[in-house]
Design a protein around this ligand. Structure first.
Ligand SMILES: [Zn+2]
Length: 165
């Protein structure tokens, strides 16, 4: 698994739910060039200037497809679980993000929400070794399954927004 490496310009160009001015105002994390793409099922980063904005890019049928996400002002009330890495022992906060829908619906202000790790640390979280649940538990297989599930979760979210679901 893992995704193909993307440049700053490719990430910017991949965004499907942004206006021209939103695309111009993208300030990606400084370390895009140093990203270890072999360890990613999707790219995720927070905007360096816009405190509530983040970007996620998944590969849909080989095409990098990105979304601008906006962090909801209200925090989840209880200890929330990330919908993507589904980790129950998270070292980070989970926040509610919304993505503007593509096309007319988006222009009318329609959004889709998801709970996700605050800085999209899901790739890292899914790769941590899970605790052995019982004697003979296959930790490596469990880890691979979590990584595959993460990819599936993020791809289906991005695909849903792309397809206007
Ligand atoms: Zn996560």
């Amino acid at each position: 698994m893992s995704v193909h490496a993307l440049t700053d310009a490719q990430i910017r160009a991949s965004l499907i739910n942004v206006t021209q001015s939103e695309r111009r105002n993208v300030t990606l994390p400084a370390d895009v060039a140093n990203t270890d793409w072999d360890r990613l099922e999707f790219y995720g980063g927070r905007d360096r200037k816009l405190a509530l904005v983040g970007y996620v890019v998944a590969e849909l049928d080989g095409v990098p497809t990105g979304l601008l996400l906006r962090q909801a002002e209200s925090r989840p009330t209880s200890r929330a679980q990330c919908s993507w890495c589904a980790d129950v022992h998270l070292p980070n906060d989970v926040l509610l993000f919304t993505a503007k829908r593509v096309g007319d619906a988006g222009r009318r202000g329609d959004t889709v929400g998801t709970l996700a790790c605050d800085r999209f640390q899901c790739n890292e979280n899914a790769r941590r070794r899970p605790p052995a649940a019982y004697v003979g538990f296959d930790v490596e297989a469990a880890r691979r399954a979590r990584i595959a599930a993460l990819r599936e979760n993020v791809e289906s979210f991005v695909r849903g927004v792309r397809n206007g679901l």
